[in-house]
Design a protein around this ligand. Structure first.
Ligand SMILES: CC(C)(COP(=O)(O)OP(=O)(O)OC[C@H]1O[C@@H](n2cnc3c(N)ncnc32)[C@H](O)[C@@H]1OP(=O)(O)O)[C@@H](O)C(=O)NCCC(=O)NCCS
Length: 177
């Protein structure tokens, strides 16, 4: 399995109306997006990625895909995944504070899971701060279950490992209307 398959699939879907959800468009990150993504990171994470790290991931991250959510031509959130063989790690999901609770993250997760599964990815996993209740709830919506703890993984906080198991509840875009 080649990671470029999922990027290619996203490109192919750009003209598909089903890949645009109301006013939001999903597209692959481009190198010119790194500054905007770094700004989103600053607003979302205690340890944000720098613009140069993000630029490197976009251009040279062979196993990495960054899928962005765009509203009115501005990126408002993104998901970064790493695919190795038939496993997909969700590395980061971030949505600007003013766009939260509008299912932006859900749509990024839903698209990622559908596309990766359509390409034969069997296993999805992630690590999340034990106290990050919004993220844990989001992941549980998509069928991830807690599968272990890494003590003090973040220095001050444990990491919870989550695996996607079974037949998860599907996201219903009708919730948006
Ligand atoms: C976690 C995060 C990505 C969620 O983004 P979002 O676009 O607001 O999420 P959604 O609107 O798709 O929420 C989907 C579900 O997740 C859960 N959820 C999301 N935010 C929540 C919150 N603040 N409190 C409780 N549950 C929450 C809810 O179950 C929600 O469904 P509901 O609104 O019908 O109850 C966002 O809060 C964020 O960017 N946080 C900072 C970065 C981060 O912690 N990322 C995750 C670790 S990498």
């Amino acid at each position: 399995m080649d990671i470029h398959d999922i990027k290619d699939l996203i490109e192919e879907l750009q003209d598909d109306p089903d890949f645009q959800i109301q006013e939001m468009i999903l597209r692959n990150a481009k190198s010119g997006d790194a500054r905007r993504l770094a700004e989103i990171d600053r607003q979302c994470f205690p340890q944000p990625y720098s613009e140069s790290m993000l630029s490197h991931d976009i251009q040279y991250g062979d196993n990495l895909t960054l899928l962005t959510a765009v509203i009115e031509q501005e990126i408002v959130g993104y998901i970064e995944i790493m695919i190795v063989a038939d496993e997909c790690e969700i590395q980061r999901v971030a949505v600007l504070p003013e766009y939260r609770r509008r299912y932006v993250a859900s749509m990024l997760m839903d698209a990622t899971l559908h596309l990766s599964e359509s390409l034969g990815i069997k296993s999805h996993y992630l690590e999340v701060r034990a106290g990050n209740e919004p993220a844990i709830k989001l992941y549980e919506h998509f069928g991830f279950q807690k599968n272990g703890v890494r003590k003090k993984y973040y220095g001050d906080e444990d990491a919870v490992l989550m695996l996607r198991i079974g037949d998860p509840q599907q996201f219903d875009p009708d919730k948006l209307s």
